[in-house]
Write a protein that binds this ligand. Sequence first.
Ligand SMILES: Cc1cc2nc3c(=O)[nH]c(=O)nc-3n(C[C@H](O)[C@H](O)[C@H](O)COP(=O)(O)OP(=O)(O)OC[C@H]3O[C@@H](n4cnc5c(N)ncnc54)[C@H](O)[C@@H]3O)c2cc1C
Ligand SMILES: *[C@@H]1O[C@H](CO)[C@@H](O)[C@H](O)[C@H]1NC(C)=O
Ligand SMILES: *[C@@H]1O[C@H](CO)[C@@H](O)[C@H](O)[C@H]1NC(C)=O
Ligand SMILES: *[C@@H]1O[C@H](CO)[C@@H](O)[C@H](O)[C@H]1NC(C)=O
Length: 471
Amino acid sequence: MTGNTVAVIGLGAMGIVAVKNLLEEGFDVTGFEKSGYVGGLWHCTEDRDTLSVLKGTPPFPSASMVEEYLEAYVDHFHLRPHFRLNATVERIVHVDEKQQWRVDVHGEEARYFDRILMATGPHDYAGKRVLLLGLGNTSGDIAHALVPYAASIRIAHHRGALIMPRLVNGQPVNRLVTQRHINAQGFIERFSPSLVENTLNKKAKEVMTNSFGVPKPEWGLEPAPSMMVTTPVVSDTLIDHLRSGAVASVPGVRRAVGPRQVELVDGEAIEVDVIICCTGYQNDFGILDPRYDPSASQNPHWTAAPGSKGRPLPRLYQNVFSLGKPESLAFMGCVWFPTGAFLLADLTSMSIAQVWKGNSDLPTRDVMQKWVDKQEERMVALAHRGSPIPASVPQRQWLVWANATAGLGVFERLGWGPKGWLFWWQQRDVWRMLMDGVLTSVMWRLFDQRKRKPWAGARAELERLNKEANQ
Ligand SMILES: Cc1cc2nc3c(=O)[nH]c(=O)nc-3n(C[C@H](O)[C@H](O)[C@H](O)COP(=O)(O)OP(=O)(O)OC[C@H]3O[C@@H](n4cnc5c(N)ncnc54)[C@H](O)[C@@H]3O)c2cc1C
Ligand SMILES: *[C@@H]1O[C@H](CO)[C@@H](O)[C@H](O)[C@H]1NC(C)=O
Ligand SMILES: *[C@@H]1O[C@H](CO)[C@@H](O)[C@H](O)[C@H]1NC(C)=O
Ligand SMILES: *[C@@H]1O[C@H](CO)[C@@H](O)[C@H](O)[C@H]1NC(C)=O
């Protein structure tokens, strides 16, 4: 019988919400964080070895507002007594004879836990040096920050990109994705995946040209890869800078040919003083017992696919549970589809808490293994067409799983079944907010399914958020 103690490793946004959702279900939780603060990458730091937002990363909400929100969340749910800051976890080993995990914290005696939740977040592997490698959110932000100072700014990239404004019709761009879209997409996908893909790409292109006009060929934005394999770059300023010439687009870099010279893939050599790699980050589970590292063995088809770019693909059931030790080892931050990260973290940790509490079952090992094999196949196919985020999961299917596992009660109320009709009939205003309103974690706390705890204030908060968004 497994006991009640859980170690959460890392107290970024993911770790914080996991501690909260596990405490809520009665687990004895300790959260370890190597830095002296919580909030992870939302805490702006100049430390070169630590991944963090830039001061200007998002204008609204600003990084410091997000950090303040996380701090307030920690206080509101009285999480601090469960946190250990300045505690670097160096090693996590499963001790077979004890059936427990030993957690080695730097400079301290080892401690034992029944369960482990990894929330160590993305690790930086970017170099620091004005040629920006890679066209993404980071290079868009850095280019904008450098425009007033740099002599010249070039962005080197191999592929086109979709550029999205932060606001469309005065609403954040992610407001375009509502539950209704997710449902419609899930429905149509069963019959015609390519129809969904084409519609999505057309819509995205429309938003881009409506906001910024038709892109010029020399900006290198076309053809943009499909939304299915790459996510759009969110920037209000990049196209203006390309148009004014403050930022230039160049083909990918082949090699460095001198201390201040690089050769591009088209053969041209250009002079640069500084190179900044904006090539992204990856999950790193190096502290974990190698027997249970989900990225220890890699599917050769994935590694060989051009879009994998050396990034590991974690092998986890629903991108959450360890295949070897699902009853005691789970991971945050390996699930991704286009929605807010905090919302995904809430759903993931509610699901983990319900499974570990025994309220929801995992399928047999065989079924979990097959799910992972299928997921890998999907990712390999995507990596032949573009460069997908390794954590990508099929969104509708994953939500259906989270619905049943955490006990959300939302989807059947929005469906075509009797429950859906009744709900639509009786509570049309709530139905509308769920279907077309802001996608917020509050939705998951409305109904009591005898699994995760409902929240009595959920409905009022849902109304408040929607009112505010529609102002
Ligand atoms: C502007 C912006 C927008 C974003 N938008 C989205 C979005 O829409 N959707 C999405 O999915 N993602 C998004 N992300 C990316 C990211 O998923 C989220 O920002 C999220 O906050 C990441 O949280 P995390 O807890 O996983 O990682 P982190 O914030 O990196 O936290 C990990 C923590 O673990 C600690 N840690 C690491 N190793 C150890 C160790 N050995 N011992 C102890 N502690 C350790 C670290 O110090 C750190 O505090 C966005 C990021 C930015 C900057
Ligand atoms: C963590 O370490 C920093 C720097 O040494 C120190 O200022 C801070 O007070 C410590 N915090 C805790 C909670 O121990
Ligand atoms: C850019 O950021 C947005 C959220 O702000 C995210 O949804 C998108 O996936 C990011 N794009 C890339 C290429 O990382
Ligand atoms: C959501 O989960 C519940 C069990 O909690 C289940 O009865 C229902 O059918 C699920 N709905 C969908 C659409 O999967």
